[in-house]
Design a protein around this ligand. Structure first.
Ligand code: SAM
Length: 216
């Protein structure tokens, strides 16, 4: 038991070390301060750097994001996407969209690079073009995660990436006794993507869990 405990603590140290791997640009550091004031939880440092890498390897030029927040993940995605890429990002909180605009201004991002939509993702996603996007990133309410993922798969071109943040529901997914609504929703989402013949998937421990799926 003691041995298992020390293995867990070494694992945690490695996870924390990996999270700090890449230094963040000043606009992201500033955005994280803004997030604290607004009570928004931006993606972790490790997730942000991974989003940049994934957007770059997908050569993404049309991207969708559910949950703009303060724009940490948006900026990370656009740093990896092609120079002419456009990110469509959705959030129902006007204050959050406003904070994200400040992040993009700090980062000297041209305004044409982002299409920010204030609205409920359930309604906005349904209006976006089928097969029109290279990457869909979801970072919003777990209660709707299954629905967002279904819409996300519809929006993707072949070889497009679907990425779900907090897919391990703050470490609750691995504990069978935990049956909270959000945990059950994420379990259901994991089951569905695994069974979906259109997808190949990986579950990563970065941040609070990142589910990555590529559309075949
Ligand atoms: C965890 S925060 C996103 C953080 C952001 N990705 C970042 O890195 O800065 C989740 C965001 O999703 C938004 N949100 C939650 N449910 C939503 C919904 N149904 N439609 C649109 N936005 C939603 C919240 O207002 C919040 O800003």
């Amino acid at each position: 038991m003691k041995n298992q405990h020390s293995q867990h603590s070494v694992k945690h140290s490695s996870w924390a070390y990996a999270e700090q791997h890449a230094e963040e640009e000043p606009a992201l550091v500033q955005a994280r301060r803004r997030a604290e004031n607004l009570g928004v939880q931006p993606v972790s440092q490790g997730v942000a750097s991974l989003l940049t890498v994934l957007a770059a390897s997908a050569r993404a030029h049309a991207l969708v994001e559910v949950g703009t927040g303060v724009g940490v993940s948006s900026l990370a995605l656009l740093r990896g996407a092609t120079p002419d890429a456009v990110l469509t990002s959705i959030d129902y909180e006007a204050d959050h969209i406003h904070a994200a605009r400040e992040t993009f201004r700090d980062a000297r991002l041209a305004s044409a690079r982002t299409r920010l939509i204030t609205g409920r993702a359930e309604q906005v996603l349904a209006r976006l073009t089928t097969g029109g996007y290279d990457l869909v990133f979801v970072d919003a309410e777990a209660a709707h995660a299954v629905e967002y993922a279904e819409q996300g798969i519809r929006l993707l071109r072949p070889s497009g990436l679907l990425i779900i943040n907090d897919a391990l529901d703050h470490d609750r997914l691995a504990r069978p006794a935990v049956r909270d609504d959000s945990t059950q929703q994420m379990r259901e989402l994991e089951r569905r993507v695994l069974e979906d013949d259109r997808l190949r998937t990986a579950m990563l421990g970065t941040g609070s869990g990142l589910l990555v799926a590529v559309r075949r």
